[in-house]
Design a protein around this ligand. Structure first.
Ligand code: PMV
Length: 334
């Protein structure tokens, strides 16, 4: 019996979250935490989703040999299962078949941390199920289906998460179109506050502020858009790495200040941001919707110091790398 194993990465938004919802550009990168989905046919003709071991065994923090386990319970996170269900339905519709399929999920990505766990599970499911059904989808087509899944489950989404998870690397994203940028190996540390914010509520909060005080909020969103274009220029420029990191770090700090002004930071996020800067990071900012979730720091030569500072400040540090690869078919058993 045919079985397909596919995987898709988590992401961080490097610059431009929230303003991207208002049609401004954003830059995101895939990171090397992955969700794995195995798909196979079953005899009972139904869709079955297994997700027993959703923990993070492989995340080793550099200053100790501790393994961090994220107790993210997909059973509880029923929402995540709806991403899987919608993804399977959309692919079957695309293939014009209805079959019994069992999908088993394991993931290294903490749920609800703003690292795109829902998009990764949707993209890996689309990848595994489409291959099982013999459909040849391009990464762009997978990204589009992933965006559809998000719209069906959450109602609104810019589509940046499934796009970066499907395509991988660095992406400049605006209004549904993307450009792959050259991958800069950023020495980053992601800091997880341990709590999660609701993307939907935070997007709505910014919307309310915008509607009440457009003359104040609009310039902030414009400034964020300009900052993303500046970051794109720096990424594409021929500067040496040190200058590039310094400029990107400064832009990160400005972007964090603007996100704070929009009202999406929290004390724990800002604590991790300031602790990272004090420990030598060139820049540190929220990544994703805010209200909890994660921040990231750019810390060339200082990753373990910054990871320690994040831990002392109450966060969970993850030293991670940019993933060049998006959706990956790991194994096809015939
Ligand atoms: O919660 P996250 O990390 O998926 O971030 C969402 C990014 C927003 O710009 C806030 C919303 C969106 O749809 O782009």
């Amino acid at each position: 019996m045919r079985r397909v194993l596919a995987s898709a990465p988590a992401k961080i938004i490097l610059f431009g979250e929230h303003s991207v919802v208002y049609g401004k550009p954003a830059i995101a990168a895939a990171i090397d935490l992955r969700t794995y989905v195995r798909a196979e046919f079953n005899e009972n003709g139904r869709i079955r989703i297994e997700a027993k071991d959703i923990r993070t065994p492989g995340l080793t923090v550099s200053f100790s040999e501790d393994q961090i386990y994220f107790e993210t319970d997909y059973g509880k996170a029923a929402e995540v299962l709806s991403y899987v269900r919608e993804a399977i339905n959309l692919v079957m519709e695309e293939a014009g078949v209805q079959k019994g399929i069992t999908v088993s999920i394991t993931s290294q990505i903490p749920v609800g941390a703003g690292l795109g766990s829902s998009a990764a599970v949707a993209v890996a499911t689309i990848g595994a199920v489409s291959r099982l059904l013999g459909l040849e989808l391009s990464k762009e087509e997978v990204a589009k289906l992933g965006h559809k899944v998000e719209l069906l489950v959450q109602g609104a989404s810019s589509g940046i998460d499934p796009t970066v998870s499907a395509v991988g690397g660095f992406l400049h994203y605006q209004k549904g179109s993307f450009e792959s940028l050259p991958v800069v190996e950023l020495p980053i540390v992601v800091g997880y506050t341990g709590s999660s914010g609701s993307t939907k509520e935070l997007v709505a909060k910014v919307r309310r502020n915008y509607e009440e005080m457009p003359e104040i909020i609009e310039p902030i969103l414009n400034s964020m858009g300009n900052l993303v274009e500046k970051a794109r220029e720096v990424i594409l420029a021929e500067y040496d790495r040190e200058i590039k990191f310094q400029l990107l770090g400064r832009l990160m700090n400005i972007n964090h200040g603007l996100l704070d002004a929009l009202g999406v930071s929290t004390k724990s996020l800002s604590d991790l941001v300031y602790a990272s800067r004090e420990a030598g990071a060139l820049g540190a900012k929220i990544t994703g919707a805010g209200g909890g979730g994660c921040m990231y720091a750019l810390a060339p030569g200082k990753q373990s110091e910054v990871a320690t500072a994040i831990k002392i400040a109450g966060g969970v540090p993850m030293i991670t790398k940019i993933s060049r690869e998006g959706l990956r078919i790991e194994e096809v058993e015939e």
